[in-house]
Design a protein around this ligand. Structure first.
Ligand code: PLP
Length: 396
């Protein structure tokens, strides 16, 4: 018996544990102080009424012999795939039903997709980024090249001719930087991938926050993407399904490498290792795309957008540079007064009792940066912003 030795190569990520630890220590030393958290990546608003109604109806269906459902299709029920297909039409993307695979969330599929790729591929991962891309490839022993996302390129790295990568990760709008690629910029990545025979794994988990028309909601808005890209999306951020669990992956039927269909490989993989998402959850997800569901969900998204605006305006007033906050729930700021990420974390915790996320937990280029999120409540966001303003204005 041999264990997978690659696990010992994973960087120990103490980020969120360290954040909680420092906040807990502060709280026990200052029990009278109220800590405000603007570091969370989880949503706080409940599921929309339409979603809850649809799920209740589905529960009732499960209670009757005539409408009870057992195992569902591996790739998801037709009704949900149809509504996802129609959703893509709203931003001009035509998909086939067979391109769409329903899953229990983007994180699972981002990890599981690697089953269909050989371990000797070279992988290109932006730094900083959502840690799952690097970690899942380290587990499989793949060679990883990091591409710098920094102030010079507006946290949007572009292809470099010298780098040869087989699998390219793109996350837009990005976690943690909030930066989002324009369609033109994505076109460069698509051309690059097609010219090298590479595959782009495109994480669109935050597409619902994109408002500007020049920015992409989906990589399939770009011509040529169907011959080089797989897209991952989620109901977590658009509709608060972080605990309910549902997402989807789009693998165009025409995506082939060496005459082999990646869509067919994925179906084979899913039918072997996955037994589908609960019917009740898929009915809830379908309701997200109904007219009333969408209207309710837009209200929730607007609530988070307004939080982002409140944070962004505070930073504008303090003349602190940042990306995101406009087409993203994340605000990525440059720590003021030349502070390091953890130094700024302690400064905010001690001086304003506000907790955010130190950027260096997302990669080397995150050093000296800090992530705030718009997923808190309005009251907490407003109060936190006030405290940050007071603290920084008094120290200038
Ligand atoms: N992709 C990115 C960039 C994320 O930030 C997250 C969650 O925070 C996910 C994917 C996970 O999505 P899901 O809840 O669908 O697994």
């Amino acid at each position: 018996m041999k264990l997978n030795g690659n696990y010992s190569k994973l960087f120990e990520n103490y980020l969120f544990a360290e954040v909680s630890d420092r906040a807990a220590k502060y709280q026990s030393a200052h029990p009278d102080k109220k800590i405000l958290r603007l570091g969370i990546g989880d949503v706080t608003l409940p599921l929309a009424d339409e979603v809850i109604k649809a799920m209740h109806l589905a529960v009732d269906e499960m209670s009757k012999k005539e409408s009870f459902r057992g195992y569902g299709p591996y790739e998801g029920y037709g009704f949900l795939r149809e509504s996802i297909k129609n959703y893509y039409k709203t931003f001009g993307v035509e998909l086939n039903l067979n391109d769409i695979f329903v899953s229990d969330g983007a994180k699972s599929d981002l990890g599981n997709i690697l089953d269909i790729f050989s371990n000797d591929n070279t992988v290109l991962v932006p730094d900083p980024v959502y840690p799952v891309y690097a970690d899942t490839n380290i587990m499989a022993g793949r060679k990883i090249i990091f591409t710098n996302a920094n102030e010079e390129n507006g946290f949007l790295p572009m292809p470099e001719k010298v780098v040869k990568a087989d699998i390219i990760y793109i996350c837009s709008p990005n976690n943690p930087t909030g930066a989002a690629y324009s369609k033109e910029q994505l076109k460069e990545w698509v051309n690059y991938a097609n010219s090298q025979g590479s595959i782009i794994l495109y994480d669109a988990a935050y597409e619902c926050f994109v408002k500007d028309d020049s920015l992409a909601r989906s990589i399939f808005e770009v011509e040529g993407a169907k011959s080089c890209a797989i897209e991952f999306c989620s109901f977590s951020k658009i509709a608060g399904f972080t605990g309910t669990r549902c997402g989807y992956t789009v693998i165009p039927e025409e995506l082939e490498k060496g005459g082999i269909s990646l869509n067919k490989m994925w179906l084979r993989r899913q039918s072997t290792k996955f037994n589908g998402v609960p019917y009740i959850v898929q009915k809830g997800a379908e309701a997200v795309f109904s007219e009333r569901g969408m209207a309710q969900i837009q209200q929730n998204l607007d609530y988070y957008r307004q939080n982002a605006k409140i944070i962004a305006e505070c930073l504008d007033g303090l003349k602190i540079r940042y990306t995101g906050g406009k087409n993203s729930p994340y605000i990525w700021l440059k720590c003021p007064m030349g502070m390091g990420s953890w130094e700024f974390f302690d400064y905010l915790l001690n001086g304003a009792q506000v907790v955010g996320t130190p950027g260096e937990g997302f990669g080397e280029n995150g050093k000296g940066f800090f992530r705030l999120t718009a997923f808190g409540s309005r009251e907490v966001t407003q109060e936190a912003v006030l405290r940050i303003k007071n603290l920084l204005n008094n120290s200038n």
